[in-house]
Design a protein around this ligand. Structure first.
Ligand SMILES: [Cu+2]
Length: 181
């Protein structure tokens, strides 16, 4: 007598899980996780923004900047999500969860936070797009937004893509804290 209700429940449970799987497959893909930052200079004036979107191949980073001196500027993901002006040393070093040295041209490189230089035009605006291979925003072994977060930093000079730990890129002229959403 006690076995009968149990047997009656089992097929129902299977039916429910089959239903859930079917609706999961039919539903559109979940919205990709994103993180955004508003960039500001040491005096608080706006310097543009950054968007990070998680995809199968890694983190797609798009930085759109304004108010820069024309020429090349290093752009990095720094390891701490704190932007205290005017020097922004609060953002720490480059995001480097894999313990590498700096620079794509460094045999011991590179940091996950290393990205290509941005070219600012004569109007002071510039764009930089890059994919951080294997990066995740909130999940995995090396989440971008770990307990102390992360920041996007633009430097006064170009990154030489080699010198450890920071590419000889000079002072930090803009910073933005990355936040999910
Ligand atoms: Cu930097």
């Amino acid at each position: 007598m006690k076995i009968q209700p149990f047997l009656a429940v089992l097929p129902l449970g299977l039916a429910l899980s089959a239903c859930a799987t079917t609706s999961e497959m039919a539903a559109p893909p979940a919205e990709a996780p994103t993180a955004r930052a508003s960039l500001a200079a040491g005096d608080g004036s706006a310097r543009g923004g950054a968007t990070v979107t998680e995809a199968a191949d890694g983190l797609h980073v798009l930085v759109k900047a304004q108010g820069l001196t024309p020429g090349l500027h290093a752009v990095h993901i720094h390891t701490t999500g704190t932007c205290t002006g005017p020097d922004f040393t609060s953002a720490g070093g480059h995001w480097n969860p894999t313990g590498r040295q700096h620079g794509k041209d460094n045999p011991q490189g590179q940091h996950m936070g290393d990205m290509p230089n941005m070219i600012a035009g004569s109007d002071g605006t510039g764009e930089m797009e890059y994919v951080v291979p294997g990066g995740k925003i909130m999940t995995g072994a090396t989440p971008l937004l770990d307990t102390d977060g992360a920041a996007i930093v633009i430097h006064a000079k170009a990154d030489d893509n080699m010198s450890d730990p920071a590419g000889n890129a000079g002072s930090r002229v803009a910073c933005g804290v990355l936040a999910a959403g």
